[in-house]
Design a protein around this ligand. Structure first.
Ligand code: HH2
Length: 375
């Protein structure tokens, strides 16, 4: 099977180079317009500067860095920035190793099955608090196609109160030990507490899924590095208890992008292998309906960071708002739409409750994307 690539119709790829100065954007725009067709360019103003959108066939975009290098009007710093972003966009081969296994994310979309051992999660709270039930559900998700099991002992739904560390440990550690002994898929610990992450890694988890993007616990990045774990760096504005009260952005995509870029920097400086970092725009974490829809509409722009994207939309409230469905477990079809479009825009891991249903959505979407690429 060939790799999945983000296609914008007819085999073209869309690339966004964000945060340029007006001069830089003008140089790039004029240069691209002077080329003999095959590439189109558009410039948009944001509070952080100018964003330049370049759309064209892969072959044409691959040759663009050379064109930039040979043009004396393009300053070296600009050429470097564009080349770095272009290479990231055109990158297909994401392999993330964790727990002795390799997740080949370039080959197909991977599924992260959600296992909440909490009494109060927004969708499945209380269902898997019993260890035997949790184990059974994890087994079912693996049979249904889960590539990773994500274990959470604290709900981070809007308004949730923090859970004391001892209680979170009591909920997750014995379960991780049992899962690690039985399952062959990598286990991820959904926590922002470095102490919980450390104990979970010792118990057999190999991925840390931190909704705070390594911000809430100062030594989280160090723990991830010390255990050679993979890490999901997610964007959040504020903290779960109050994040939905009044989320504000001047430009949600640029700000989430900058936050994730900074999070990657925190991880790398602490010694985390860049190839083990996954990024996540944090759908529903300090975002209005419009913010969530914009992030999904422009998800592909996050490909410029050169790290695989994880998308967590499963059964979330914004889907209920659009479809007028108050019950989270009735939002599966709405979730399917976000998963298909998310994959089309470059999501490589989807974090879901309904693994069997979303595995079909992912396989079908992958098949369509690959067929375009091989013609
Ligand atoms: N969403 C939730 C929890 N953890 N982690 C990542 N990386 N991305 C997400 O979008 C994400 C996440 C919230 O969903 P859920 O776990 O189903 O609910 P709760 O927080 O109420 O347990």
């Amino acid at each position: 099977m060939g790799p999945v690539v983000r296609i914008v119709g007819n085999g073209a790829v869309a690339v966004a180079i964000q945060g340029l100065t007006a001069d830089q954007a003008a140089i790039l725009r004029d240069l691209i317009r002077s080329l003999d067709g095959g590439i189109s360019v558009a410039v948009r103003s944001t509070p952080a500067g100018k964003d330049v959108f370049i759309t064209g066939g892969r072959d044409r975009l691959q040759r663009l860095p050379e064109v930039l290098r040979s043009n004396s009007h393009v300053p070296p710093a600009l050429e470097e920035k564009i080349t770095f972003r272009l290479e990231n966009y055109l990158r297909l081969d994401y392999k993330v190793s964790c727990g002795g296994k390799v997740l080949d994310l370039g080959k197909r979309t991977h599924l992260m099955g959600i296992l909440n051992v909490t009494p109060d999660s927004f969708s499945d709270g209380g269902r898997y608090s019993n260890a035997d039930k949790a184990l059974e559900h994890a087994r079912e998700m693996v049979v249904a196609g889960a590539d990773i099991i994500d274990i959470g002992g604290e709900s981070t739904r809007p308004g949730a109160e923090p859970v004391p560390e001892a209680e979170e440990l009591r909920r997750v550690i014995p379960l991780i030990e049992r899962l690690a002994a039985e399952l062959t898929v990598p286990l991820s610990i959904d926590t922002y507490k470095s102490s919980v992450a450390q104990r979970a890694l010792q118990a057999g988890a190999s991925i840390v899924n931190d909704i705070s993007g390594l911000r809430f616990s100062r030594d989280m990045a160090g723990v991830v590095a010390a255990y050679g774990a993979a890490v999901v760096v997610m964007h959040i504005q504020g903290a779960p208890r109050s994040m939905q009260q009044h989320p504000v952005y001047e430009d949600v995509v640029s700000e989430v992008l900058a936050h994730l870029e900074e999070g990657i920097g925190i991880a790398v400086r602490a010694g985390v292998d860049r190839e083990k970092i996954v990024i996540d725009p944090g759908i529903g974490f300090g975002k209005t309906l419009e913010h969530n829809l914009t992030l999904l509409n422009r998800l592909g722009e996050f490909c410029c960071l050169g790290r695989p994207i994880l998308l967590g939309t499963s059964r979330k409230k914004f889907i209920g708002t659009v479809l007028d469905i108050p019950e989270p477990d009735q939002r599966v079809d709405g979730t399917a739409a976000t998963v298909a479009l998310g994959i089309e825009q470059g999501a490589r891991i989807i974090r879901v409750h309904d693994v069997a249903r979303m595995a079909q959505v992912a396989r079908m979407t992958d098949a369509i994307l690959k067929s375009v690429q091989s013609t």
